[in-house]
Design a protein around this ligand. Structure first.
Ligand code: PMV
Length: 312
């Protein structure tokens, strides 16, 4: 019996950075994300003998896992098996439908897809009999593997402010593009970033700032106050990157090219008083979000850039 599942990635507009519990990935502050339906991880699970193992799934971009990455992924599977009462050993195959060398984090989609697939396995093998797991519960379980993965269970908007994430209805669909500035692996992983920012003086009151921005961003998005949404998102990603740069030891991802791109995107706001939402993850690549009526602007701004687009 072969189980197949997939899950999307997501981009946070209010960032999860810093943990209140490092062992179970509980966040220091609430976060809000847009789900990137076109950037997905696919997972298959089949019975095997000897021990649980992983390999890259054929038919997609070949995937590599570091020794630590592999250990973490298989530990998450082991935890889920215990939770769902699944027995026996399995071969997990997984891969992304986006290039793994483009510097885009895939831990959110990978862990969400593995959690979904293991749940399917439990249902198919009757391990979970009458238990009816809902998306919120699966999201909370996925969180233990990768915090940001818990937001990938809801679309298009997901809010995370407890053990698991939930859907939030903003009645708004966006076009997304990520400008690939650098395609190298990050030197400081997001797990390390969560730890290091605790040494920044800016981490003081960071949870309060993030929570306040969330409370302002939700109505701005819901009620179409687009400029206000842009300003909040701009402040928010710089807040996170400022913590990186003021950690001890400091680290950072924003170089010339990233600055070039974000300033180019912001120019539209300066010249026409309208433009896209701009955000950065813990990396140098630039995520740009447009309203659906801004498709011409989106095409114009992305022209000539190395970008992965959700449209066209
Ligand atoms: O889920 P993690 O531990 O990879 O942390 C992700 C943190 C950010 O991507 C930087 C922000 C976020 O909310 O996704």
């Amino acid at each position: 019996m072969k189980i197949e599942a997939s899950a999307p990635s997501n981009i946070a507009l209010i960032k999860y950075m810093g943990k209140s519990s490092a062992t179970s990935n509980l966040p220091a502050n609430p976060s809000l994300s847009y789900t990137l339906e076109n950037l997905r991880t696919f997972v298959t699970i089949e019975p095997t003998t000897g021990e649980d193992c992983w390999e890259s799934l054929h038919g997609f971009q070949p995937m590599e896992l570091s020794e630590i990455g592999l250990k973490k992924f298989l530990e998450h599977f082991a935890r889920l098996k215990v939770e769902f009462g699944v027995h026996g050993f399995h071969k997990i195959r997984s891969a992304n439908n986006f290039p793994s060398d483009c510097g885009l984090a895939s831990s959110a989609s990978s862990y969400a897809a593995l959690t979904k697939a293991t749940w399917e396995l439990a249902v198919k093998t009757s391990a979970v009999a009458a238990r009816d797991e809902n998306a919120h519960d699966l999201s909370a379980l996925s969180r233990a593997g990768s915090g940001s993965s818990c937001r990938s269970f809801f679309s298009p908007w997901s809010i995370w402010r407890g053990p698991g994430a939930d859907k939030v209805d903003l009645n708004l669909r966006l076009l997304h593009a990520v400008v690939v500035v650098e395609d190298q692996k990050k030197t400081v992983s997001s797990s390390q970033a969560h730890q290091r920012i605790q040494s920044s003086l800016l981490f003081t009151q960071r949870p309060e700032r993030a929570a306040l921005r969330l409370e302002e961003l939700l109505p701005a998005l819901r009620d179409g106050h687009w400029e206000s949404a842009f300003e909040i998102c701009w402040n928010e990603f710089f807040d996170m990157h400022a913590m990186f740069e003021t950690s001890r030891p400091s680290f950072g991802y924003i170089g010339h090219e990233t600055l070039n791109v974000i300033h180019r995107m912001r120019k539209e706001w300066e010249e026409r008083e309208d433009g896209p939402l701009i955000t950065l993850d813990a990396g140098p690549n630039v995520h740009v979000l447009y309203r659906e009526d801004q498709i011409d602007l989106a095409e114009r701004q992305m022209h000539g850039l190395k970008a992965i687009k959700s449209w066209g």
